[in-house]
Design a binder for this molecule. Structure first.
Ligand code: TYM
Length: 339
């Protein structure tokens, strides 16, 4: 008879996106695409990281709108709320609770070394808040609460993931095995998508020049206009190479949305001029997102449905998360509340 130990446990996956700006094709290629792939096989927890958004200045109404948008996009890109746990980070208070605890197991020097902290402090010197500094410990809490084995992310989150591993290992060594030490999952190509206007800078949700960023909410005309204006080089050959960052970035984007390898894409565009190439990349993006945008529009009109998903997701996530909290509190000597 099968007992529990020989029934193979599905791997657990956690990832999140913060609603500081609208979702971009960089988010899609770097994280969302893998999140969908992994949801077919694994036990996945995916969150809208609204608490992380508070580390930068926000317009409350925009934050609220984007929280619904992200949830609608989760479903529109193919995540099934019956199979994956989709929720809003602030709906599960365990995230804040474990984050505080992990702050006490993270060194000042470790947090200070994070490049995102350094970049963001430089970009907004008027708002270097303590939350921005503690950002990676909240992220570690997100992951460790669910005992996640795998974390699909883009390259810019690698350093944060490594810190989460360090914290987990430190805690496990000091007490006894408590947390699963997670591994990052990066896409083979496109772990970092660059701005269309500056192919040496990351394509970001909050870039100063929105023309360099393609948003999932952009209508087809806007997408085409952005690709037509994309920066290339003075050469004429469509080839993936370190000295052709603009073209390489466009090839990566085409490869994802056109469903071909980079080598195949290079072949398709042999002898094709840059203007035609850029148009074809734009068209591939427009076509790929056409059905997704349609589903998104239907979902976003039905707030009640989205809220029912948020509610069910938060309940399921809480059950898992509070098991970890109870274990952690017991090990570090906190007296459980008397009920
Ligand atoms: P965020 O919201 O900035 O980005 C969401 C995901 O998209 C990836 N990404 C990119 N990938 C490739 N090219 C790009 N230009 C690009 N821009 C963004 C990011 O690497 C990320 O995977 N701190 C996280 C959110 C978070 C999280 C977590 C992630 C909170 N808790 C726990 C994983 C696990 C963030 O700000 O991602």
């Amino acid at each position: 008879m099968a007992n529990e130990s020989n029934i193979e446990k599905k791997k657990v996956v956690f990832s999140a996106l913060k609603p500081t700006g609208d979702l971009t094709i960089g988010n899609y290629i770097g994280a969302l695409k893998n999140m969908v792939e992994m949801s077919k096989e694994y036990d996945c927890y995916y969150a809208v990281a609204d608490l992380h958004s508070l580390t930068v200045d926000n317009v409350p109404a925009d934050l609220r709108k984007r929280t619904y948008d992200f949830m609608a996009f989760f479903i529109a890109i193919g995540l099934d709320p019956e199979k994956s746990t989709l929720f809003v980070q602030s709906h599960v208070p365990a995230h804040s609770e474990l984050a505080w605890t992990l702050n006490c197991y993270t060194q000042y020097g470790e947090a200070k070394r994070m490049t995102q902290f350094k970049d963001k402090s430089q970009k907004a010197p008027e708002n270097v808040n303590v939350g921005l500094f503690a950002y990676p410990t909240l992220m570690a809490a997100d992951i460790l609460l669910y005992q996640a084995d795998l974390v699909p992310i883009g390259k810019d989150q690698k350093q944060h993931l490594e810190l989460a591993r360090t914290i987990a290992e430190r805690f496990n060594n000091k007490y006894s095995p408590t947390f699963v030490v997670p591994d990052g999952m990066f896409p083979k190509t496109g772990a970092k998508i660059y701005s269309l206007l500056d192919p040496t800078a990351k394509m970001g949700k909050t870039d100063d020049n929105a023309n360099g960023t393609v948003f999932l909410l952009d209508d087809p005309d806007t997408v085409m206009r952005k690709f037509k204006r994309a920066v290339t080089d003075s050469d004429t050959v469509v080839k993936f190479s370190a000295d052709k960052p603009g073209i390489s970035n466009l090839l990566t984007i085409y490869s994802t949305f056109g469903g071909v390898s980079i080598a195949e894409a290079e072949k398709q565009f042999e002898g094709v001029d840059y203007a035609t190439f850029k148009t074809r990349v734009g068209e591939a993006v427009v076509e790929y997102f056409r059905p997704i945008r349609k589903t998104y529009s239907e979902l976003i009109a039905d707030k009640g449905y989205l809220e029912s998903i948020m509610k069910a997701g938060a309940e399921k996530a809480s059950r898992t998360a509070y098991k970890t909290i109870a274990k952690v509190y017991r090990k570090i000597g906190l007296v459980p509340p008397v009920r």
